[in-house]
Write a protein that binds this ligand. Structure first.
Ligand code: F3S
Length: 401
């Protein structure tokens, strides 16, 4: 790889051992992908996970004196003050989350603890080169904003934040951003939930960059968020295109270049129904709780739930996971108090895939997000997956259809 003097100095350790290690790994990654050079980034997002390997690396880099040149936003772990006040979690949990917080703080990260930074806190412009990890974030910034990032891991995004560079390969290059699968959507796409299910069709769509055709003219940010999140739950997708909607797919020629699609896939209502049947526990049963916000819910979704509940008290607890800034707005606008009185909690900076939820072990919840159901399963928490309206009704009545 051809490195600039600055990059060579980093590699030789002139900027400290932490930066040296980060650059060493990045050059190795670059070589393995055939990159010819490193290019500067302007933004980053690190999928902090507050799990052993994540903490090990963050502390190692911090102890080596690494500092982020580009301060990345970070994913949620769980919110210490919120759960302390509720008296949930044990000392071991607190220690781990506190150490994660301290390590990322020392590294100079922007401690947003939110997995949807592309909606309001870390929004790239068209063509901007960035390093984003997190399943819904990478496809959103590539596909919807037309920015450029490979599907970084938490570790490679952290290294990029430290050096300020990424190896130039993959989606950073024009020729690799073309679609190769035409996905004709015949299913009725009426709500953000349908985009969750469309994203879960990864098995049928197959490997590559899908170009969706037949989607409605207007698609909400929540639907686009859900599509990316679930494409990376059912498969591994760096980006997608939506014909006549996303910026690099204003025509078939733009979306596919001069090539024909490798394959054409049709997604029908029946496909969505089948996928739901595959991934959800069977309905018509009692539930113990409801959980939403994987990925984090927007203020509009909080408002939607509040309107839907219309003052009705919940029979079962409801957890709505949001960013700290959405929580702040919910506080100011009175949603936090009014929903709390009815049995719904608006929780900031927290992910369902965290040990803090161990008290839900053995219980059955409802959620509208397949990803929310997927990760907690390994912690012994199961879910019935239904559209948001059905889930809210289930929390009110205690039973899901
Ligand atoms: Fe976000 Fe955690 Fe879900 S990071 S997408 S809330 S698994």
């Amino acid at each position: 790889m051809k490195l600039t003097d600055l990059q060579k100095d980093m590699l030789e350790g002139k900027y400290g051992k932490g930066t040296q290690l980060a650059m060493k790994v990045q050059v190795g990654v670059g070589k393995s992908f055939g990159a010819e050079r490193m290019v500067p980034i302007t933004r980053a997002h690190v999928a902090l996970s507050n799990q052993d390997a994540d903490l090990w690396l963050a502390e190692k880099m911090a102890n080596l004196g690494a500092k982020c040149k580009i301060s990345p936003t970070v994913n949620p772990g769980w919110c210490i003050p919120y759960f302390r006040e509720k008296n949930m979690g044990d000392e071991e949990d607190y220690e781990m989350m506190q150490r994660t917080h301290n390590a990322y703080k020392k590294l100079g990260a922007t401690l947003t603890y939110n997995c949807t930074p592309y909606i309001d806190t870390n929004v790239p412009n068209f063509g901007e080169i960035v390093a984003f990890s997190e399943s819904s974030a990478t496809p959103y910034i590539n596909s919807v904003w037309g920015a450029r990032s490979n599907r970084e891991g938490a570790n490679s995004a952290l290294f990029a934040s430290i050096t300020g560079f990424v190896p130039e390969y993959g989606l950073l290059l024009d020729e690799n951003r073309k679609g190769n699968i035409l996905v004709e959507v015949e299913a009725d796409m009426k709500s953000p939930f349908d985009y969750h299910l469309l994203g879960m069709c990864g098995d049928k769509i197959g490997f590559g960059i899908p170009v969706f055709k037949g989607l409605p003219k207007t698609i909400s940010k929540e639907s686009l968020r859900n599509l990316g999140a679930q494409l990376n739950t059912s498969g591994a997708y760096d980006m997608y295109h939506i014909l006549n909607f996303t910026p690099e797919a204003q025509s078939m020629e733009m979306a596919f270049g001069d090539k024909e699609p490798d394959r054409v896939v049709t997604i029908t209502n029946e496909d969505l129904e089948n996928v739901l049947e595959d991934i959800s526990l069977k309905g018509d049963r009692e539930i113990d709780f409801a959980m939403f916000g994987c990925p984090h819910f927007t203020l509009d979704e909080v408002r939607y739930i509040s309107d839907k509940m219309n003052g009705e008290k919940l029979k079962k607890e409801m957890w709505i996971l949001v960013s700290s800034h959405v929580k702040h707005l919910a506080d100011i606008m009175g949603y936090t108090d009014s929903l709390e009185k009815l049995g719904a909690h608006i929780v900031p900076s927290t992910c369902p895939d965290q040990p803090i939820w161990k008290y839900l072990e053995g219980k059955v919840g409802v959620t509208e997000s397949p990803k929310c159901a997927y990760y907690p399963k390994r912690r012994g928490i199961d879910f019935v997956i239904r559209d948001l309206d059905t889930c809210v009704e289930a929390a009110i009545t205690g039973r899901v259809r």
